[in-house]
Design a protein around this ligand. Structure first.
Ligand SMILES: Cc1ncc(COP(=O)(O)O)c(C=O)c1O
Length: 452
């Protein structure tokens, strides 16, 4: 299995040939899930003492398993937050595996860590954070938010200890009612209370409401989370008005920009993000709107030392690493072993240049606004909210949940699009989440036509 033999050469060629075809294909169908029973029937038993051989195993993947996975980078995949990796980023993901890189420590992965850190420093400066800001690429926004909030609570604990003040009976995080579910998940894992604050009429959390929450919950609040592009609507909280409160209250400001913070790279998105420069930590997921493959979240601390204090693991066998002053990515989040998962993004950014990213993000924002106008123009449709970034939420007048469900299933069955129902304030709607530069106005109007 480990030696270079003619059989292993053939296996590598087989896999690279499949990968090359998939990466360069522009007509991979949307595909759809199969039932467990059907997959069992089609794939049969694949694990045995003798092994199937690469030809048979790859054939089962190509003809049975892959078609049962929805093509998340398809231009008509418009649900949740789609994936839209560049060709360079996807191809380089193969290099990351081929090179057996360890991305946890400087000692083992200095070259990879250097490149990842250059990207993190570049992102930090785009977000207006000071020189010295830095962090780590973690698996996803959920882990990024959790790791940031753990660092925030650790900093608050240390601060209280220094001041000789008692810690509160319960620590609290303040966020919008529209914050991503991963904030509530972090609260459960950390055993802290999450205080949901109503958003304003546009859907954005505003400083006024946060002030009221800080007054009510006092010094038990260790962090305020502002969302930089809500998942459901792509609305950015009023970060500037929340950041101003730091003058009067002692809290860690975390920006959950998993989906939307990428829009700061575009002149069309940037104006929504005033105040991000005051953040203590931010996250943005390259696997969302920065055109990288799954899975990568950039977690950036204003003062990385606070992240390190919260997360460094200590063990005798790790002393060589932890006693060093070199930058070890493992120290900055709740993980140890890590893939150098920032490298596909680094390679693509280095290859195409930042301007190509700015243009691609601007194109999605423009398309979202164009299709929102089209929805407003069409009889029988209601735009739920004016979009800010690239999520467009709308209702088909008179439709109930069952109508959306039937329509959505039909769209996928007919392999036209993947658009699932969503809801807001108890009313069912649907949404286009646009991050793929290959999605066109015509794709979207064709989907609207199916709702006539
Ligand atoms: C605003 C926001 N935060 C956090 C997350 C969670 O990110 P992940 O799915 O990478 O864990 C998402 C996912 O869509 C998101 O949109």
């Amino acid at each position: 299995m480990h030696e270079v033999t003619s059989e292993n050469e053939r296996i590598v060629d087989l896999v690279l040939d499949y990968s090359r075809r998939r990466i360069l294909s522009s007509d991979t169908p949307l595909d759809k899930p199969e039932t467990e029973a059907e997959l069992q029937r089609l794939a049969g038993r694949t694990i045995s003492e003798k092994g199937l051989g690469a030809d048979r195993a790859l054939s089962i993947f190509e003809h049975v398993l892959a078609p049962a996975c929805i093509t998340t980078d398809h231009p008509q995949y418009l649900s949740f937050i789609p994936l839209a990796p560049t060709k360079a980023a996807t191809a380089f993901d193969l290099v990351v595996s081929a090179s057996a890189l360890y991305g946890g420590s400087w000692l083992e992965g200095a070259g990879a860590v250097h490149a990842e850190n250059e990207v993190l420093t570049w992102l930090a400066s785009e977000f207006g954070l000071p020189a010295g800001a830095g962090g780590v690429f973690v698996q996803g926004g959920t882990l990024g938010n959790l790791s940031a909030l753990v660092a925030a609570r650790e900093a608050a604990r240390a601060h209280r200890l220094e001041n000789g003040t008692e810690p509160p009976a319960r620590w609290k995080v303040v966020c919008s009612v529209e914050a991503h579910s991963s904030i509530a998940s972090a609260g459960r894992i950390m055993d802290v209370d999450v205080v949901p604050v109503p958003s304003g009429p546009s859907g954005a959390l505003e400083g006024k409401a946060v002030r009221a929450a800080l007054e009510e919950h006092g010094a038990s609040v260790f962090a305020v989370v502002a969302t930089g592009g809500s998942t459901n609507f792509g609305i950015v909280d009023d970060i500037a008005s929340i950041a101003t409160l730091k003058a009067d209250y002692d809290f860690w400001l975390h920006i959950d920009g998993a989906y939307g913070l990428a829009a700061m790279l575009s002149p069309l998105g940037r104006p929504y993000f005033a105040g991000v420069e005051a953040a203590d930590s931010v996250i943005v997921d390259p696997h969302k709107w920065l055109f990288a493959p799954f899975d990568a979240c950039a977690l950036i601390y204003r003062d990385p030392e606070l992240g390190r204090r919260a997360h460094t693991q200590h063990a005798e066998y790790l002393d060589t690493l932890t006693e060093s002053t070199e930058w070890s990515p493992s120290d900055y989040a709740a993980h140890l072993t890590r893939r150098a998962r920032g490298l596909p993004f680094w390679f693509s950014l280095a290859t195409y240049g930042a301007a190509a990213y700015r243009d691609a993000i601007s194109a999605s924002i423009t398309l979202a606004h164009d299709i929102a106008r089209e929805i407003e123009r069409r009889d029988g449709f209601t735009l739920v909210r004016q979009p800010q970034l690239s999520v467009v939420v709308f209702e088909r007048d008179g439709w109930e949940k069952a109508d959306y469900d039937r329509w959505s299933s039909r769209l996928l069955d007919e392999q036209r699009a993947f658009v699932v129902p969503s809801s807001h304030a108890g009313r069912t709607n649907t949404r286009f989440a646009i991050v793929n530069p290959r999605t066109t106005f015509e794709h979207l109007t064709a989907i609207l036509d199916t709702m006539a």
